[in-house]
Ligand binder design. Sequence first.
Ligand code: HAM
Length: 418
Amino acid sequence: MPRSEPINSVRGMRDILPGDRPLWRAAEKAAVDVARRYGYEEILTPIIESAELIERVGEDTDAVAKELYRFDDRGGRNLALRPEATAGVVRAYFEGGLNQAPPPSRLYLIGAMFRYDRPQKGRYRQFYQLDIEAIGSAQPALDAEVIELANDWLVEVGLRHLRVELNTIGDAKCRPAYLELLKEYYRPLKSKLHGDCQLRLERNPLRLLDCKVDICQPFKEHAPKVTDHLCDECSQHWAAVLRLLDGASIEYQLNPHLVRGLDYYTRTVFEFYPVGAAGQQDALASGGRYDGLAAAMGRPSTPGVGFAGGLDRVTELMAASGEEVIASPAAEVVVLADGDLDLAAAEVARICRTVRSVAVDYEAKSLRAKLRGANRLGARWVVLLSAEDAARRTAQLKEMASGEQAQVEWVDLPGRLA
Ligand code: HAM
């Protein structure tokens, strides 16, 4: 083999090591438990979608315009690694015929997403989301339901100090007139805005409201508010969502500048932050209603609402807030055999595995070194096997905590370990 430098992981990608997995598993389990409690069913969609599907739903979105992992495959297809799950789930909803069932379809997905963003703590190029979608219904009760579900999940994993920010951004009926007002307000200020915002002014003026750059901040306060320019339907929807959230005792902060980074939203938008943190990069979960998305994808017009929670951020915060997850040992029983007893050791392991998790130490090491290794694995028992024992189909069963040791027939091991 030629000698060469070792190859490390790709920038912005990271491994979730066994030591971290118990915390992740706790977050995932809570997600599944809460989703099921609300009647959501699991769906899996491919990580790779056609680039056009992703582009259609958000050409002015950072996640699409600047951060999309896009490539041509060997067949010349233009593909993308999904930057978020909603577009794929809505595609699958139609392609899989879920739209034939009585609405809404309540769906959840846990999986990896990809964005070519600048990596930093809490922001990775491959990251994981819990995605929740309720597709097929325009009822405001579903907006409140997904917000309550997000809240329940975060509380269940021990994150109790949360701030929920909430806004509405109108719909295709009332938003165009509001956007004109916003442009009129900002046009005389154009030269005072930072470069990106100058471009946004005509292309995507809503994004002026969530700009984080200092020089753009002073102008937000007097900008027209969308909530003052809603059509009757959007007003009623908004009032109903607030009433339902009050009924669920969810405390929220109205933020007229919350517009979200993805282009497909209509009406309700929301973000969950840990209390004490500020800024877009710290949102733990975020989402909203997307009644125009299906039509933008060339499907029959179909309303939907949902959110995605960031598992990387949630687990980081769980760890920081001292959330204890009792890690179960990698193996409860370790079989330690003398010399050349691989066959017998494997058989003993097979017998013990009927009741406990079992690992075999096949390495050529001293018994003391093997016992140290079993301890490190967190094993509760070791099964010691000598050549004489093996010949008699017996073994020494040792309980690590008490140090007690007894000779046991192989057939009796499951009973002693149960
Ligand atoms: P999003 O706000 O782009 O929304 O992402 C949702 C969550 O994913 C964020 O609140 C954050 O916790 C996490 N997240 C986003 N980017 C990164 C990253 N680079 N590294 C780590 N975590 C990240 C969506 O994706 C929408 N599809 C949500 C939705 C579902 N709306 C309706 N249905």
